[in-house]
Design a protein. Structure first.
Length: 67
């Protein structure tokens, strides 16, 4: 069940990045309409494992970009 949710959340994050371009984590969470940091991290883990996004440090946050 958690794998299905991770895939669904990853789709929301991918769509938000596709529509808005590179974003920082806090803005991405809002754009993807995620409820918690846990959901964001679950989605990012999925997308990073699938090699769909690039992540780099941006001060105290992370900047994410689609590959």
């Amino acid at each position: 069940m958690l794998q299905e949710k991770a895939g669904e959340l990853a789709g929301k994050v991918w769509n938000a990045l596709s529509e808005n371009g590179p974003m920082e984590g806090k803005d991405l969470k809002k754009a993807a309409k995620l409820k918690s940091d846990k959901e964001l991290y679950l989605a990012l883990g999925w997308l990073l494992r699938e090699d769909k996004v690039e992540a780099e440090e941006a001060g105290r946050d992370v900047r994410l970009t689609l590959k």
